[in-house]
Design a protein around this ligand. Structure first.
Ligand code: SF4
Ligand code: SF4
Length: 132
């Protein structure tokens, strides 16, 4: 198993600092890989990254919600969306995303759609090159 970062990720970066096996990689280019990705072959399922995420974007793979109910005001960031998002991350650096949408309270989103991109990133995407 592994932990999965979903499209609730807004590239805050706090999770990267606490991962004991350094298996969380920022997606690049950001227009194609909008969030951070966890290498499923390296993740040791320790769960240390989960409480670090200010957007509650990280789940154990078998707990990624099929029907995530929005609290209202949070963003998702996915290819195909066109909303602008700008903020500072964990280290005070600027984050700009053009692939977002702000959710309304009660809106339901299937976050299991975000699981496969995490595998793709390392099997055929930039993560494959990054890890060799
Ligand atoms: S802490 Fe959350 S928002 Fe930040 S990079 Fe990690 S998963 Fe994304
Ligand atoms: S569960 Fe642990 S090993 Fe896996 S990505 Fe999170 S901090 Fe890293």
């Amino acid at each position: 198993m592994t932990y999965i970062i979903t499209s609730l990720c807004l590239r805050d970066g706090g999770c990267i600092d606490v991962c004991p096996v350094e298996c969380i990689v920022p997606g690049q280019p950001v227009e194609e890989w909008p969030w951070m990705y966890i290498d499923p072959d390296t993740c040791i399922d320790c769960g240390a990254c989960v409480p670090e995420c200010p957007y509650d974007a990280i789940f154990s793979e078998d707990e990624v919600p099929e029907a995530y109910e929005a609290k209202g005001g949070e963003y998702i960031s996915r290819l195909g969306l066109s909303g602008h998002y700008e903020n500072t991350d964990h280290h005070g650096d600027t984050v700009v995303l053009e692939t977002t949408k702000q959710l309304e309270a009660g809106e339901v989103v299937d976050l299991t759609e975000d699981t496969q991109p995490n595998y793709d990133f390392f099997e055929s995407g930039p993560g494959y090159d990054a890890l060799g």
